[in-house]
Design a protein around this ligand. Structure first.
Ligand SMILES: C[S@@+](CC[C@H](N)C(=O)[O-])C[C@H]1O[C@@H](n2cnc3c(N)ncnc32)[C@H](O)[C@@H]1O
Length: 298
């Protein structure tokens, strides 16, 4: 279907330099279910131009018609328009917060009641697998869901095969313990990949929570370096949705560059050694112990 449809478009439209307006970019982004911050509009315009040009598609109307029937073309555009930078143990301070403060709160659970963790915007998988390694080191049973809007990123994540650059922040000791050398790179051991499942989620478009997809009741959600790319109105919606996806007492971690979420949902917040930590405590009793949020290096 993809190549057929593109071949038809190639015959009729050959004007790769056709200007792409802001309005067209917004319409196309909506069509591929990609929320786009205003600051990202020029990048999306360039991504559309590159994709049209690569396929020799010259008119916006043909491009939109093709996108409507060609999932592969839509996926290609999503990959052109998004930023996938990530690596293992990307935010050491936040991982220390997880290791010493947040994850130990889930210890003592039975293997059949593992901690439920969601890595949102997981790119090629380094983030959820870093958390899987931490859980393994702590002896903590955990079930990790990882999601992204990019099918290609999810496929790479499921492969769990990485080059040196992705592993630049990981100690030699952990590398030896959890990776097997394979070809010019390293493959994460199956006992780590087994506990991580992948699913496509488009923030700002997919309705959340989605218990039918096991996207609900999380003890921990990590959504780092994703919200910064979303349209402001979608950040507000997604903040409320992520709050609703947390179990009572559950945690949400974002990155320093992500927009603050407190005004969008009734999170309890604390400034920690790993940045802002959000927590859902609506039904916890008022006389509970105050949350212990500071990592060891405060
Ligand atoms: C910069 S990477 C962050 C990866 C990882 N969370 C980290 O901090 O290392 C951003 C990821 O978010 C994904 N993404 C962007 N917009 C999204 C959306 N609206 N819904 C879901 N994923 C999205 C991109 O495909 C990309 O893989």
């Amino acid at each position: 279907m993809a190549s057929e449809a593109i071949a038809v478009a190639n015959r009729s439209d050959r004007a790769p330099d056709l200007p792409v307006s802001t309005t067209l970019a917004a319409d196309v982004a909506r069509q591929i279910r990609l929320s786009v911050a205003v600051s990202r509009t020029p990048s999306v315009i360039s991504a559309i131009r590159r994709t049209m040009s690569r396929h020799g598609i010259g008119s916006a109307r043909s491009f939109r018609a093709l996108l409507a029937v060609d999932d592969a073309l839509a996926d290609e555009l999503i990959d052109e328009a998004t930023v996938r930078e990530t690596h293992f143990f990307r935010s050491p301070a936040q991982l220390e917060l997880l290791r010493h403060t947040i994850l130990p709160q889930f210890s003592g659970r039975a293997p059949d009641a593992p901690a439920r963790i969601w890595s949102v915007g997981c790119a090629s998988g380094e983030e959820p697998y870093s958390i899987a390694i931490l859980c393994k080191e702590l002896g903590l049973p955990a079930r990790i869901v990882a999601s992204d809007i990019s099918r290609k990123a999810l496929a790479e994540a499921a492969e769990a095969h990485y080059g040196e650059w992705s592993l630049r922040n990981i100690s030699e000791c952990l590398k030896r313990r959890y990776f097997l050398g394979e070809g010019s790179g390293f493959r994460l051991r199956p006992e780590l990949t087994r506990g991580v499942s992948f699913t496509k989620v488009s923030l700002g478009f997919d309705r959340l929570p989605a218990p039918e997809r096991s996207l609900a009741d999380f003890d921990l959600i990590v959504c780092r370096n994703v919200l910064v790319y979303l349209k402001t109105i979608d950040v507000s919606r997604v903040a409320g949705e992520l709050f609703a996806c947390l179990a009572e007492g559950g945690w949400l971690l974002t990155a320093a560059t992500d927009p603050p979420l407190s005004k969008h949902a009734p999170f309890e917040t604390a400034i920690t050694c790993g940045g802002i930590a959000y927590r859902k405590t609506t039904h916890l009793s008022a006389d509970r112990d105050p949350p212990r949020l500071n990592g060891p290096n405060r």
